[in-house]
Design a protein around this ligand. Structure first.
Ligand code: SF4
Length: 369
């Protein structure tokens, strides 16, 4: 397929890999931000093509994984209420809250529906004027424009029975939090190219400068990822710290201004709690007061919820690059994609799911059971 096959070309992959081996002189720790990149690395065995001096650690760029447990518990409470149609992307249905998930709400009579777009949820609200329709608006900068459009459309059309449970997060404050942490090991970042398609990379320039850390905007195919690693290693070896763009076929510095305008019309920055990591200042978006009538948290009574994380799950440490999935004692034993203890084992972008699916370690562990 045009625009895909050339970025999976084995000859180019090996050529870039050889160049990385040629220039590297010392160990470096590099974090790929996005769970989609983690899956590509594991799926294509790209880590096996890198010199042993490079350690790839896996970042927090999996929206399902970082949605706070409290928000999931609020979703469970709302979805359980009579008269509510709760809509969500499919991955969220299996993410464990405290003791149950949205699938179990559906199994006990809740009207929980998978949608492929928030505009589908708006349509469901129009078709069911006597029901309250809620959309679980999670994600990074990539999904924010569509989620904002759904609220604008509901307001323009005068739909009163539609609301959104917002749990949006932003990448730059997460990079800041990782680099500011006392135990940080990350020396360079592969930024998530699809986020930069929307937002550009102007926000990353002061971060790279302040923390003297290379950030390379990187795509998702094997050639993209190895090119991102090569550009990062080249900077590290030369003592440079810049923002570079290895995904120029889709990303420019300014990003999609129209999409950013839609986000700014509907959302305002706020502090946000990330699952397993904790509060990160200014790392989220919430609805502006002009759109507060669409806020599911105020429309429904969801206070007084006690959320309890699995005591064995170390996904927060994995998402900060401090541990690998295989270092979790539950990995492929008591925690599997069929019976996940944490969100990183559920999501199609979760690091634990990637290791389970593509690494031999998971196979070894599961055959010992
Ligand atoms: S293997 Fe399961 S329990 Fe361990 S960190 Fe991953 S999701 Fe959490």
């Amino acid at each position: 397929m045009h625009y895909t096959t050339e970025f999976r070309d084995a000859e180019i992959v090996h050529r870039i890999s050889a160049e990385i081996k040629r220039i590297i002189t010392q160990p470096w720790v590099i974090m790929e931000i996005c769970g989609g990149q983690t899956h590509a690395i594991m799926r294509y065995g790209l880590d096996q093509l890198l010199p042993q001096e490079i350690e790839l650690v896996h970042g927090p760029g999996c929206p399902v994984c970082v949605t706070a447990l409290e928000l999931i518990d609020k979703a469970l409470v709302i979805a359980s209420q009579p008269g509510v149609i709760f809509t969500s992307f499919g991955d969220m249905l299996r993410v464990p809250g405290t003791g149950r998930d949205l699938f179990s709400v559906r199994a006990t009579g809740g009207d929980v529906r998978v949608v492929y777009s928030p505009l589908d949820a708006v349509r469901i609200a129009q078709e069911n004027p006597d029901r309250q329709v809620v959309f679980f608006a999670i994600g990074f900068e990539t999904t924010a424009p569509a989620n904002c459009m759904s609220v604008i459309q509901a307001k323009n059309v005068g739909i009163k029975n539609y609301s959104v449970l917002v749990s949006h997060v932003r990448v730059p404050p997460a990079i800041r939090a990782i680099l500011s942490a006392p135990l940080n090991r990350v020396q360079g970042f592969l930024a998530a190219g699809h986020v930069n398609t929307v937002m550009g990379y102007w926000e990353y320039l002061p971060l790279s400068e302040e923390f003297k850390t290379p950030i390379v905007v990187t795509g998702f195919e094997p050639v993209d990822i190895l090119q991102g690693v090569l550009m990062t290693v080249r900077q590290l070896e030369q003592g440079r710290h810049e923002v570079e763009n290895a995904y120029s076929r889709l990303v420019n510095q300014q990003g999609n201004r129209a999409a950013q305008a839609v986000i700014n019309q509907v959302f305002i920055e706020c502090d946000r709690k990330w699952r397993g990591i904790g509060n990160i200042p200014n790392s989220g978006w919430r609805l502006r007061s002009e759109f507060s009538q669409f806020d599911a948290e105020t429309r429904f009574e969801v206070s007084g919820i006690n959320s309890e994380e699995s005591p064995v799950c170390i996904s927060g440490l994995i998402l900060q690059g401090l541990h690998k999935p295989v270092e979790c004692p539950a990995f492929a034993k008591t925690c599997t994609p069929e019976h996940p203890l944490g969100a990183t084992m559920v999501s199609s972008e979760g690091a634990c799911a990637a290791y389970y699916r593509y690494s031999n370690i998971a196979l070894t562990q599961s055959t010992k059971q």
